[in-house]
Design a protein around this ligand. Structure first.
Ligand SMILES: [Zn+2]
Length: 248
């Protein structure tokens, strides 16, 4: 789980970077599981490009395919860390590409494809060989707070802002996480340990405190450059696209 937190922290920083650049604070990184290195990243570009399909995941997928080609093995060792649950469209694309695993922060109540609305990741009626592991709830409150920052700011900029009482930024109350929508009790225990199973039963967060420093810090171009350097330092030859055991 430590590794998941470490990578999700990077995704959260990237989402904050997006927020500071007037974009929706949703971001992701793709990590090569054997190298344990960031191999691509994505931010939601919907504001800038006025395109409903330029979701963060697609930006990263394109980077990976441009560099490593279209071999279906490419994604079998890649883990996606995304601050908000992939939508149905992205969840389907990730499954068709054969992603190894998806880790996300908060659920996507309107469009979520990993349990909130549909469960594309473990649906056996479409590409059933590509079912992937999906873990919710990592830095969930931080992901929610970034969205709240965004909506409060958008409302302040709206021609007819809502009444002041509706604009109050809630920093205390978070919706319950309905774990059973996203993963089985057994899978929860495997990811978070048996000692935490009561959290599954009570729909409670694994992480109690919000890391305010993480989401209230500013991440400038140097942060992005450091990540881009890490990504470009990975040579195509470094990557071993050995098949998943189920393929053999
Ligand atoms: Zn999407």
């Amino acid at each position: 789980m430590d590794k998941d937190i470490q990578h999700m922290r990077t995704a959260i920083k990237l989402a904050k970077y997006a927020l500071d650049h007037n974009e929706t604070p949703v971001a992701c990184i793709f990590v090569h599981s054997k190298l344990n290195k960031v191999i691509a990243y994505g931010m939601n570009g919907t504001n800038e490009s006025i395109s409903g399909t330029s979701h963060a995941e697609f930006m990263g997928i394109k980077q990976i395919q441009d560099k490593f080609g279209l071999d279906p093995k490419v994604f079998s060792n890649i883990i996606l860390y995304v601050t908000v649950e992939p939508c149905i469209m992205c969840a389907s694309a990730l499954k068709q590409l054969g992603i190894k695993k998806v880790v996300f922060g908060c659920g996507n109540d309107r469009f979520g494809g990993n349990g909130s609305i549909l469960s594309i990741h473990n649906d056996t009626s479409t590409v059933k060989d590509n079912i992937y592991v999906s873990i919710p709830g990592i830095l969930r409150k931080e992901a929610i707070m970034l969205l709240r920052y965004f909506y409060v700011r958008e409302n302040e900029r709206a021609p007819k802002p809502r009444a002041k009482k509706d604009r109050k930024l809630d920093k205390e109350v978070f919706p319950a996480i309905e774990w059973s929508k996203y993963l089985t009790r057994e899978d929860f225990i495997q990811e978070f340990g048996k000692e935490n199973v009561q959290l599954y039963d009570s729909n409670s967060d694994v992480f109690k405190e919000v890391d305010w420093k993480l989401i209230d810090s500013n991440y400038d171009e140097r942060f992005l450059d450091t990540m881009l350097n890490e990504i470009s330092s990975i040579e195509v030859a470094d990557v071993d696209w050995s098949k998943k055991s189920k393929d053999s």
